[in-house]
Design a protein. Structure first.
Length: 560
């Protein structure tokens, strides 16, 4: 049993606490099943083993004195450290603050930023967070009695302040690290350093222009500068969209959803995709990234495919035939294929572990055979992996990635789909330090990384239906928010900071915005309000920011 004490803002034990995106996790942040419920003054977590565990939960983090901004740092998905079982409940706010302080210290060392002077504003704020956390730790009294309850309530208030200070300081640290790394990366310093260390370690220089993975460093350094792209809905093609692509994108991504390409069995509909690819190759002269070819989300699969969901052999044959149709048609124009996306989530079709890996192998090997010179990337959807706490036939994203790579499949790039601010599983809002740490974790596979879809909405998105029972179980998916309610302004600011962080990572080869233009719901948008253009073709503020980012990267300037 793992329990957490929770208090209302007035210091009384809470009677109604919203469980949003709540789940337990273990070593390597591996989510697992547990029964989580709210009782008077506490969150009760019943698990099936005595192993240490942590709690992942979405909370509104109030702004505190010393933290610039509005009234809240956002409705953010946060986590505690791993905690052993004990009879007394842990103080939730204190454990969230403890994890944030630990994360700051780990990244300070990992990023080689221990040289920051003590009077640097970031370190001043962090030390304030650590001091307040220590005060909360001393004040916390888990035993019973009126005096202990009053002290625990005081500790809760101090812990919330420590948490807010820690989140703000950690986001500033992630931004400062990006500011340091982007100029060095664009100048080629990071790659030259990697060549030097690789040669010193192995005795031989790396192949000319090759990505470099130095054993023990936990990352890959690519020789190219990061590029900026945008995903296209093939049914939207006009001068406004073409103009924005020319301003904002070094490449375009054609999703090639199966439902769009083959709406009826055996009847392919290539015209919209052909039109965009012809324009990109002949007129705009921008590279095209295609796929995912196999995306089994409900919005991406044709209805006829469900007929075969219980006949794996036939399903497999249909996948192979579809992949062959798409790759054969477009292999003369595509430089990089996203062969599959989110197979490990396994939420729409119920495959076994072996079948998930087999489908991945079919897609990778067939594309390699049909288009030997193309780059192949595998897209990881919901990369934080919270889905695994409820979908036991799924595979944790890190485990899936490791399994595929250990199988020796010829994958050139690991793709990550990182979309926030949607009321869906795996799309909740996280802070920028969590985003930066996520990229570091996937870089440890020592493969180049592509952010295949990144985005946030330009307006608040609410759950389609309020379900009290689902909320009590932590199963109601709230979008969350970053700093303030989502708007065109906050969307553009978030995008600028997220792109800067991604571009600073030496393993990231490209960053692609999720959608060029908003489309009606029946056209299956990636995210309502998530396009660079409105449905009327009017550019949003984020389009201007992306154009500026692209220009800064081309000129070797810092991203602002």
């Amino acid at each position: 049993m793992l329990n957490f004490a929770v208090f209302d803002p007035d210091g009384t034990p809470t009677q109604a606490f919203p469980l949003r995106h709540a789940h337990l996790f273990g070593v390597d942040d591996l989510a697992f099943q547990a029964t989580i419920a709210v009782e008077p003054g506490r969150i009760s977590c019943q698990k099936n083993s005595s192993e240490t565990a942590g709690l992942n939960i979405q909370l509104d983090v109030p702004a505190q004195p010393g933290v610039a901004g509005g009234t809240s740092l956002g409705l953010l998905t946060l986590q505690t450290c791993l905690l052993p079982e004990r009879d007394e409940p842990y103080l939730l706010s204190l454990e969230l603050a403890r994890h944030r302080i630990m994360l700051f210290l780990n990244k300070l060392e990992e990023w080689g930023m221990t040289d920051l002077p003590g009077d640097d504003p970031i370190m001043v704020q962090f030390e304030q967070a650590r001091l307040v956390f220590t005060q909360a730790l001393v004040a916390d009294r888990p035993d019973t009695g009126p005096a202990a309850a009053a002290m625990r309530s005081k500790a809760d208030a101090q812990a919330w302040r420590a948490l807010a200070l820690g989140i703000d300081a950690s986001e500033k640290l992630a931004a400062r690290h990006a500011e340091r790394q982007v100029p060095r990366r664009l100048a080629g310093d990071l790659y030259r350093d990697a060549v030097y260390h690789y040669t010193k370690l192995t005795g031989d220089p790396p192949p000319q222009g090759a990505s470099i993975s130095i054993p023990g460093t936990g990352t890959t350094v690519v020789p190219v500068q990061p590029t900026v792209g945008v995903a296209i809905n093939p049914n939207v093609f006009n001068e406004a969209t073409q103009r924005v692509v020319g301003q904002c994108a070094d490449f375009i991504t054609m999703p090639m959803r199966w439902a769009d390409m083959e709406p009826a069995e055996g009847k392919y509909h290539f015209a919209p995709t052909d039109r965009w690819i012809e324009w990109a190759v002949r007129s705009a002269r921008v590279p095209v990234v295609a796929g995912p070819i196999l995306d089994l989300r409900p919005s991406a699969v044709p209805e006829f495919l469900y007929i075969w969901e219980n006949d794996y052999e036939t399903f497999r044959e249909m996948v192979a035939e579809h992949v062959q149709q798409i790759v054969t048609r477009y292999r003369r124009t595509i430089l990089r294929w996203t062969v599959a996306s989110g197979l490990q989530v396994n939420s729409n079709f119920k495959f076994s572990f072996d079948q998930i890996i087999d489908l991945t192998k079919v897609c990778v090997m067939l594309v390699r055979k049909l288009h030997p010179t193309a780059k192949i990337q595998l897209e990881i959807d919901q990369p934080w992996g919270e889905y695994y706490s409820r979908q036991r036939r799924s595979m944790p994203p890190l485990f899936y990635t490791e399994t595929v790579l250990q199988a020796g499949l010829p994958i050139d790039v690991i793709g990550l789909r990182v979309q926030m601010g949607m009321p869906e599983q795996g799309r909740s809002t996280r802070d920028l330090m969590a985003f930066s740490a996520l990229l570091d974790r996937y870089a440890a596979f020592e493969k180049p990384t592509a952010i295949t879809a990144i985005g946030a909405p330009s307006l608040p998105l609410s759950p389609e239906a309020e379900d009290v029972i689902a909320e009590e179980r932590g199963e109601l998916h709230h979008a969350g928010r970053w700093r303030s309610e989502w708007s065109e302004t906050s969307q553009a600011e978030w995008a600028a900071r997220a792109f800067a962080i991604a571009a600073s990572k030496p393993s990231v080869i490209s960053v692609c915005w999720q959608e060029l233009m908003d489309v009606p719901p029946d056209a299956k948008p990636e995210m309502p309000g998530g396009g660079l253009l409105t449905t009327a073709g009017v550019p949003r503020a984020v389009a201007s920011r992306l154009a500026g980012i692209r220009q800064a990267l081309r000129e070797g300037r810092p991203i602002v």
